[in-house]
Design a protein around this ligand. Sequence first.
Ligand SMILES: Nc1ncnc2c1ncn2[C@@H]1O[C@H](COP(=O)(O)OP(=O)(O)OP(=O)(O)O)[C@@H](O)[C@H]1O
Ligand SMILES: [Mg+2]
Length: 304
Amino acid sequence: MSHDVHFRDPESTDPRRPQPAPEIDPLFVFDFQPLDDPDDPVHAGETGSRWSTYWDVERLCRGPEPVPDWVVTDRAAVDTELGVLKTGKEADVFVLERAVPSADGTAPSTLMAAKRYRSEEHRSFHRSSAYTEGRRTRNTRDARAMAKRTAHGREVAAGQWAWAEWEAMKRFWSAGVPVPYPVQIDGTEILMELITVGEEVAPRLAQVRPERDLLVSYLDQLRDAMAVLAADGIAHGDLSPYNILAAGERLVIIDLPQAVDIVGNPSGMDFLMRDCHNICTWFGARGLEVDEHALFAELLAAAF
Ligand SMILES: Nc1ncnc2c1ncn2[C@@H]1O[C@H](COP(=O)(O)OP(=O)(O)OP(=O)(O)O)[C@@H](O)[C@H]1O
Ligand SMILES: [Mg+2]
């Protein structure tokens, strides 16, 4: 193998001959600080950072158009985990910052909620199969793995819950139901809008004691949201004051993986009735009586 190495006569006048470095104008001298690669395992372990995964996922795994202005889509953005928001029964929710690194802090940056589903072995409860009735696993290898409860099968199941929630979020969002904007899904992780009140993460409805006027407005908002869903043929399926965030004047509905088809799912009506019961019980306990059967009838009318 021949190596393309050239020796030149130092006295040659060849213009390609390296010239001595000229004096450098100090104006062009600047401090170079290499950025650590966030995907470098050593670095990532230290800081909980990674390159933004926004463009790594397929189009269907990114949120619906129009993408809100606050979503950071820069390829140079870095995701940094800021802490755990809540460890739940089947998923953990983290606060994640997605930001373009900059010295003066003027580059785009946003906070998101990262909901990560646990594979079944790490869960503290298992969903009833009533939710999944009629849901098919197209890939037969996946179906067999799930039936045999292999590690791969458990991962597939966690991914299916994440995917079910992702699909529901997009559908609810596009129907105009107040849910966090779904930014992206990557396997068992969903990134979504972080719902805040001022500088704080929004509390759950169960934790607040609203004044009467706000209470009335909250109930109206929920009724409207449930009616829009019913008209679209779906029920949340696990609606309760724990899965609704109180963002000041408005409510935001979360935790959607079990959204059910009211008519197509054999238990659809039962889930809808339970949603009505949970909501009416909470408002009733705060002095705002609503008849759960009347609400149920109202929603069924919207569904058919
Ligand atoms: N987008 C969000 N913005 C702010 N807080 C959120 C968001 N998503 C989730 N949370 C917080 O994380 C908690 C758990 O989220 P979620 O209900 O979706 O998961 P889960 O696994 O079902 O939890 P749980 O078992 O407690 O119901 C919520 O009760 C809420 O406090
Ligand atoms: Mg929940």
